[in-house]
Design a protein around this ligand. Structure first.
Ligand SMILES: [Zn+2]
Length: 160
């Protein structure tokens, strides 16, 4: 994705109150992010245990920032992340919920999504897939994983 500044990041939120945007903490490594290596930016807020954020690039060149709510517990059964769909389950997957943008969200309407707890999806999607047969093009398959991840996060932004 294209790099964001503190300002463009905060301006991108579609389902947050002004107060939530003002008191959010940027990712700890914000100045060192390798933007070319991620399809979206996701992080948890160290100040608010139950709060996390994702900023998702949109087709029109803009971004959608979304506040997510962490359920406060980790499920006992490992689910599959609906974004990276990584099958090796290297990390916990959490049911995050997002208030819908606008009036629907103010009326309490939410969208749930099962996602890697610390948003490791971009890293997971970049791992070379296992070769299933001779001549398997692992690089092409890896690119497909990355492209699919991009489409899935964009679809989530549209849903919110
Ligand atoms: Zn994931």
């Amino acid at each position: 994705m294209l790099p964001l500044t503190d300002q463009t990041l905060r301006a991108s939120f579609i389902n947050a109150s002004r107060r939530e945007v003002n008191d959010l903490s940027l990712p700890a490594d914000f100045d060192a992010i390798d933007w070319a290596a991620i399809e979206f930016l996701g992080w948890r807020d160290p100040k608010f245990e139950r709060r996390a954020y994702v900023v998702i690039p949109l087709l029109d060149g803009g971004h959608a920032g979304i506040v997510l709510r962490h359920p406060g517990s980790t499920p006992r059964v490992r689910a599959q992340c609906s974004w990276c769909q990584d099958v090796t389950l290297p990390n916990d997957v959490i049911l995050y919920t997002a208030k819908r943008a606008g009036k629907a969200g103010r009326n309490g309407d939410t969208v749930g999504v099962l996602v890697c707890e610390d948003f490791q999806c971009s890293r997971n999607a970049r791992r070379p897939p296992r070769a299933f047969y001779e001549g398997f093009d692992a690089e092409a398959a890896r690119q497909e994983q990355v492209d699919s991840l991009q489409l899935r996060v964009m679809a989530f932004a549209a849903e919110v």
